[in-house]
Design a binder for this molecule. Structure first.
Ligand code: NAD
Length: 240
């Protein structure tokens, strides 16, 4: 039987596309998000992933609804302030780190702890969301880019710790993908033209393309753990 999958951030953008793809493949899916999913027939719990007690409650409710959660896609996220480091607001930086890094750790750990209790870890898997900003130095990314570099590192650490349980943990590092998060930046004056021009494949990614790579790492791969796969049209491969 297809395993129960939880998708944080599953109400929007990349997470919502992952939910659609998983449902096409017959998986029970639970959305954990601050906002309800657009589709009323998807099981969900409204959740702030930085709240450890709420995460534990949501996990119990999801299990009661669809059986033990065996897989996780951690696709929640907020954008950074996109300002020079000298202009960053400290409270905002803390929130970006909390949501991306602590939230991912809390949810992945809650799921794994429960599977250990059930003696049902073998074959479980996690995919986290890093970013091309997790690689090298970027202007205006000292909040978001640093959080994503930490998610990338966290992914490697969890992969190494949980391999003995038979749990794989991988990340994708999306390039710019046309979701509400990027549309919001465009609405605030961000120009994606130079990004498209620098990307070897010459365009932005769609949420559906990103979801395909995420679901492959989550369910179809078997000897892949601890990787961070750039899904960026060749952005990180460019040498000039
Ligand atoms: N879109 C891109 O170009 C891009 C590029 C690189 C990385 N990413 C990452 O991919 C992931 C998905 O991004 P997206 O573009 O689909 O964004 P999005 O804004 O469309 O969706 C993010 C979802 O996360 C939810 N969320 C935010 N904070 C939360 C919290 N504390 N608890 C629970 N849910 C919360 C939001 O309500 C929203 O539904 C994020 O981690 C983002 O940083 C996106």
């Amino acid at each position: 039987m297809a395993g129960h999958v939880a998708v944080t951030g599953g109400s929007s953008g990349i997470g919502a596309a992952v939910v659609d793809r998983l449902r096409e493949r017959g998986h029970p899916v639970t959305v954990w998000d601050l906002e309800p999913p657009a589709r009323a027939d998807v099981g969900h719990d409204l959740l702030d992933v930085t709240d450890a007690d709420a995460v534990a409650t949501a996990l119990s409710e999801a299990e009661a609804r669809g059986g033990a959660v065996r897989h996780l896609v951690a696709s929640h996220g907020i954008r950074g302030a996109f300002v020079p480091a000298l202009d960053l607001d400290v409270a905002g930086v803390r929130r970006v780190l909390d949501v991306h890094v602590v939230g991912t750790l809390l949810v992945a750990s809650a799921l794994t702890r429960r599977l250990v209790e059930l003696g049902d870890t073998d074959g479980a898997s996690v995919v986290t969301l890093a970013s091309t900003t997790a690689y090298r130095g970027w202007s205006h990314q000292s909040d978001y880019g640093v959080a994503k570099a930490a998610v990338r590192q966290l992914t490697e650490n969890l992969a190494v710790e949980w391999a003995r349980l038979g749990i794989r943990v991988n990340a994708v590092a999306p390039g710019h993908t046309l979701t509400p998060m990027v549309r919001d930046m465009v609405d605030h004056g961000y120009d994606v033209g130079p990004v498209e021009a620098r990307t070897p494949l010459g365009r932005l990614c769609t949420p559906e393309e990103m979801a395909r790579e995420i679901v492959h790492l989550l369910l179809d791969a078997s000897f892949v753990t601890g990787v961070c796969l750039p899904v960026d049209g060749g952005w990180t491969a460019v040498g000039k």
